[in-house]
Design a protein around this ligand. Structure first.
Ligand code: FE2
Length: 550
């Protein structure tokens, strides 16, 4: 049973291949096209397909388009209504719906050999839900919350998986939308809508929620598992900020207030769902489920004993979910996701060929984990390119920039390397078996950086680069069984410094997608002040590169 999942309509176009219930490949189009998010989420671009990502997924598995049983498209135009009926101001939305209806023929021309009769529409939030509850480990029975901007006519789904069945228990009709509520604030604060929501979350930690009571009059949960979000005029709370203007305390305070109100509503939704299902496990997806501060409150204060969030919680993950859903409809139990490293990878010989093409001085390290640990202990910044690239927005030790967490100046240094705002935090990766000594107040393991934890007071001064102003940190726990080279690097760093923690941020510069292939890595290394590039087993050192030593 071979199912190709496609996400295309709104943003983050992506493709995913599921074979007999196992995810064999998944990738976002942006990693190939080098255009952040693949495209702008406008009705005019809704026809654009993740053609390169889809073709790569097939190549990876040695399949042709005609070998597929289904193509699962993560939107069902048969369920949509006009923007006016939904209370949305989106005068060109009819184009989006038209393009969605034509998607089967567009797909057949993008993937020559594909019979368009094999394309199935999967409702958008069913695809998000399936990406969580069919991909989570230990989820034969479990609850699922989808927290999104918009789908066909709704913005959220509360449901339950029992075996291969997915049941919808509640959904909130548009225009009420927690995702659009947060997106509107993102735009008001001068950031890029449906792209920079995480900056609002980061800004919130610098503010006080003094406007929360006022906001709660407009944004609140209802007793049927849904909520209300309309009628917020952001100018009443803070003046709009231009993209290049400095932020003021009022901007931070409104971000803090919106964040708190969002968290309160999400907790209500989780409690309602638990009242319906009584499950131990809650799984989550949808763009709002990337809000790691909210996720942590749900894990800490909510009624579920275990919370798992799909790492590609945004729309990219619907390609994976749509493919898993059709697999389950066919009666095949999907396998849980083993990790987010579902993208492209290269053999050592291929990596070396790239280095030779670039004519840079390099060496083959006897032990690249040790070479990198040594460089990090000497306070160098390292570009770490290992294994297959990550699916989803977080770098998880495959395409990462690494640094020493013990020097507080490394936060500013990394933000400078990346050319991004100074209020943006960086995060720690930590050996899984050491995490509980240093961090608390969130779930373990936390392999996908989707929760924030409190840092123990005695550790805050030891790893200042990764601790936020409020003492929290968005950790990634590293399991040696899942990622032996990464764990060996962390152990080597601990041996040298006493710290089982390394700073991790994504390997890219501001406004660009994450590095995916070796050429991207060399381009990034060539243009940003990174000291060492660890490309598989090979090491490129900045000092040698510019010393004329070939
Ligand atoms: Fe979505």
């Amino acid at each position: 049973m071979r199912v190709l999942g496609i996400n295309a309509l709104f943003h983050d176009p992506s493709a995913c291949l599921v074979v007999d219930g196992r995810v064999v490949a998944a990738a976002e189009e942006e990693r190939f096209s080098r255009r952040k998010h693949g495209k702008r989420p406008l009705p005019f671009s809704a026809w654009e397909l993740p053609g390169t990502a889809a073709a790569w997924c097939l190549t990876q598995a040695g399949l042709r388009p005609q070998d597929l049983d289904y193509v699962a498209y993560s939107y069902d135009p048969g369920l949509s209504e006009s923007a006016e009926e939904l209370g949305l101001h989106d005068p060109w939305d009819h184009l989006r719906q038209r393009y969605a209806r034509e998607a089967p023929s567009f797909l057949a021309s993008a993937l020559p050999g594909l019979n368009q009769e094999k394309v199935r529409f999967v409702p958008h939030h069913v695809a998000h839900a399936a990406s969580a509850v069919f991909a989570a480990p230990g989820a034969a029975t479990g609850s699922v919350l989808v927290l999104d901007g918009r789908g066909e006519a709704t913005s959220h789904l509360a449901g339950r998986r029992v075996g291969t069945e997915l049941h919808t228990l509640a959904s909130q009709r548009l225009p009420h939308s927690l995702g659009l509520f947060y997106e509107d604030l993102t735009a008001h604060l001068g950031f890029l809508r449906s792209s920079d929501e995480f900056k609002v979350m980061a800004l919130a930690s610098h503010g006080s929620p003094r406007m929360a009571a006022e906001l709660r009059r407009r944004v609140y949960s209802t007793e049927d598992g849904g909520f209300r979000t309309t009628g917020v005029d952001w100018t009443e709370f803070a003046p709009p900020r231009g993209a290049d203007e400095p932020w003021t305390q009022a901007h931070a305070d409104v971000a803090s207030s919106a964040q708190l109100v969002l968290e309160d509503v999400l907790l209500d939704l989780a409690r309602w769902l638990h009242g319906q299902t009584g499950d131990d496990l809650l799984t989550m997806a949808g763009g709002t489920a990337l809000n790691c501060v909210a996720n942590s409150r749900i894990a800490r204060e909510g009624p579920f004993s275990r919370v798992w969030v799909q790492p590609a919680a945004g729309d990219a993950g619907t390609a994976l979910g749509a493919a898993l859903y059709l697999t389950a409809v066919d009666g095949i139990d999907p396998e849980p996701m083993a990790g987010a490293d579902l993208g492209r990878g290269w053999s050592d010989a291929e990596l070396e060929a790239w280095l030779k093409t670039a004519a840079v001085p390099y060496e083959r390290s006897d032990d690249v984990a040790e070479s990198v640990a040594e460089a990090l202990a000497g306070n160098q910044i390292v570009a770490w390119f290992q294994g297959r690239s990550e699916f989803g927005p977080r770098a998880l030790g495959h395409r990462s920039l690494l640094a020493h967490p013990g020097h507080s100046g490394n936060l500013e240094r990394l933000n400078d390397v990346k050319g991004r705002e100074q209020f943006r935090p960086v995060a720690p990766m930590v050996l899984a078996d050491r995490a509980a000594e240093i961090f608390s107040g969130g779930p373990f393991p936390s392999p996908y950086m989707l929760f924030v934890h409190d840092t123990a007071p005695e550790w805050r001064d030891r790893i200042p680069a990764v601790v936020h102003v409020d003492g929290t940190a968005r950790i990634q726990t590293v399991d040696p069984a899942a990622d032996p080279r990464l764990a060996a690097m962390l152990r080597g760093f601990e041996r040298r410094t006493g710290l089982p923690v390394v700073v991790n941020t994504s390997l890219n510069t501001a406004g660009r997608p994450m590095v995916d292939d070796p050429r991207d890595a060399l381009e990034c290394f060539g243009s940003a002040p990174v000291d060492l590039l660890a490309l598989g087993p090979f090491v490129v050192r900045r000092g040698r590169m510019f010393a004329g030593d070939r």
